[in-house]
Design a protein around this ligand. Structure first.
Ligand SMILES: Cc1cc2nc3c(=O)[nH]c(=O)nc-3n(C[C@H](O)[C@H](O)[C@H](O)COP(=O)(O)O)c2cc1C
Length: 212
C-alpha cells in the first residue's frame, strides 16, 4: 500500500495540489463523516439557475455487485486484448472502499431551455459546466478525507446494464463518470508541468491593445 501523505491543513489550495488521479486502490472506508461531506458537496455545488443537472450514486456495501456487473458489461462489449486490459483495470479498482457514479439528469437541459430562455447549446454547455464543478467538489472532499479516486468513462459500455441495476432509466439519466474510491496502492503518475503563461495572464497590459 502506498502510504498516505502526512495530512496538511485543508485549504482549497492544499487540496488542489494534493488531488491526483490514482487508478490502483487498496481498501479504505467511506466513513459516515465522509458521506456527510460528500452530501454537502452534492447539495452545495453551484448550478446554472439552481437547476441541478445531476444525480449522484454512492456505492460501498454493494460495490462487489457493481464491479461484477461492470465486468459482465465489459465481457459483453469487448473482446481480445482490449477486454483483458479493461478487466485488468477492474482488478485495480475492486479493492477500493466504494464507487461514486455521476449521472446527468437529462431533465435539466429542457428546463434551462424552456424555463430560463437559454438556447439549447447554452443549456447543454451550462449543464456540462455544472457537472465539471460537481466532480471537482467531490474529488476535493475525498482528498480532504485522505481518499483517492480517478475519473473513469465507461458509459458506452455499462450504461444499459447499470440502468437496470440501479433503476435509473436511461431516458432520464445519462452516466457521466465513475469514480472508484479508496486508499492509494500506487503513486500518482508523472504529468508534464503546465507553463503558467500558457494558461494564465495576470494583469496583462491593456493599454497596448487599446485601439487609438
Ligand atoms: C474531463 C476529464 C476526463 C477524464 N477522463 C479520464 C478517464 O477516462 N480515465 C482516466 O484514467 N483518467 C481520466 N481523467 C484524468 C486525467 O487524465 C488526469 O486528471 C490528468 O492526466 C492529470 O493527472 P492528475 O489527475 O493525476 O493530476 C479525466 C480528467 C478529466 C478532467
Amino acid at each position: 500500500m502506498t502510504p498516505l501523505q502526512a495530512p496538511v491543513a485543508a485549504s482549497v489550495a492544499n487540496l488542489l495540489s494534493q488531488r491526483r488521479s490514482i487508478r490502483r486502490l487498496a481498501g479504505g472506508a467511506l466513513s459516515p463523516d465522509t458521506i456527510a461531506r460528500l452530501q454537502d458537496a452534492v447539495l452545495r455545488t453551484p448550478s446554472a439557475f439552481g437547476v441541478t443537472p445531476w444525480q449522484v450514486v454512492i456505492l460501498q456495501e454493494q460495490r462487489d455487485v457493481f464491479w461484477e456487473e461492470v465486468a459482465a458489461a465489459f465481457r459483453e462489449g469487448l473482446d481480445g486484448d482490449r477486454l483483458e486490459r479493461y478487466l485488468g483495470r477492474l482488478e485495480d479498482f475492486r479493492p477500493g472502499a466504494g464507487v461514486i457514479l455521476i449521472y446527468e439528469d437529462l431533465a435539466a437541459r429542457p428546463a434551462l431551455h424552456q424555463n430560463w430562455g437559454l438556447s439549447e447549446q447554452t443549456a447543454h454547455d451550462f449543464v456540462q459546466q455544472g457537472l465539471g464543478m460537481l466532480q471537482l467538489a467531490i474529488w476535493l472532499v475525498l482528498t480532504e478525507d485522505g481518499l483517492v479516486t480517478s475519473l473513469q468513462h465507461w458509459d458506452w459500455l455499462i450504461q444499459d446494464r447499470l440502468a437496470a441495476l440501479l433503476s435509473l432509466p436511461s431516458e432520464r439519466y445519462q452516466l457521466i463518470s465513475v469514480l472508484p474510491v479508496g486508499e492509494p496502492a500506487e503513486p500518482a503518475r508523472d504529468t508534464p508541468p503546465v507553463e503558467p503563461s500558457q494558461v494564465l495572464r495576470i494583469d496583462p497590459d491593456l493599454r497596448q491593445a487599446r485601439p487609438s
